[in-house]
Design a protein around this ligand. Sequence first.
Ligand SMILES: Cc1cc2nc3c(=O)[nH]c(=O)nc-3n(C[C@H](O)[C@H](O)[C@H](O)COP(=O)(O)OP(=O)(O)OC[C@H]3O[C@@H](n4cnc5c(N)ncnc54)[C@H](O)[C@@H]3O)c2cc1C
Ligand code: FES
Length: 253
Amino acid sequence: MIQEKIKKIYKVKVSRIEKVSSNSHLIEIDLPFEIDIKAGQFISIYCNGLTLRRPFSVYYHSGNKIGILFKERGKGTSYIKSLRTGDLIDITGPLGNGFNIKNKKSLLIGAGIGVAPMAFLKSELDKRGIENLFACGFLNKNEIPNNINIDKIYTDDGSYGETGSVLNYTERLINQFKPEIIYTCGPYIVLKTIAKTAQEYGIEVQVAMEKVMACGIGICRGCVIDVKKEGKIVNATVCKDGPVFSGSEVVWQ
Ligand SMILES: Cc1cc2nc3c(=O)[nH]c(=O)nc-3n(C[C@H](O)[C@H](O)[C@H](O)COP(=O)(O)OP(=O)(O)OC[C@H]3O[C@@H](n4cnc5c(N)ncnc54)[C@H](O)[C@@H]3O)c2cc1C
Ligand code: FES
């Protein structure tokens, strides 16, 4: 089983790297062959000497190219930012479960860097002709990545779109768009609030969770969260059982 997982390690070439907003960068890599990737799945990148690989959601996937949208935080992301076109990097993936796409009128809500897997999901829904609305919140207009296809934008400081957190608009979005399912990714508080609101409206919701990860493949148990299964509370790993969970199964803290 571990061998099966290790097969997913690839040495890949960076085909593009650029700053796409005040606080995010895009890195595009060429895979040696085409692989299937579901929106919501992630890859983890070996960062030059750091023991733990760093996980990143797939932002787009087309043919043998994968795009990752990332924010610089510490040593790992600073290393990724320093890469140049033509450099070789070591990735594993695709990892995790991904969104379980339903043929239902879909509301997509992203916040901050959580926009990345939602943009991929939107492109998948569009390909399948599933009606959707993609709403996203940022701190300000400078944080909005270039060339991104978002239907409704909210900024905390009102510098673009409507003013305030996307959370202030969730109920309005539900009442106006009348989704049958909500998919979301962003900070924990955003996921928790949207899951609760969706439950109040009786709407199915899928949340893409984030946890600091070590192995990334379900072995170390470093990324467990509590979920409800058949009336019991059990552990689930964000890296392997997730990162996408039903909002109603997560035991929110
Ligand atoms: C499934 C998944 C998907 C992700 N997708 C993206 C993505 O698309 N784009 C992106 O920019 N980031 C994403 N992240 C977060 C990304 O993995 C971290 O920002 C990265 O590992 C930080 O590495 P670093 O060495 O630069 O920072 P570190 O030095 O490791 O950490 C710097 C700071 O960031 C915090 N941090 C580190 N890892 C995480 C994490 N996993 N979640 C929350 N905070 C963290 C640390 O607590 C610390 O405060 C994702 C994380 C997960 C688990
Ligand atoms: S990071 Fe090791 S089990 Fe999830």
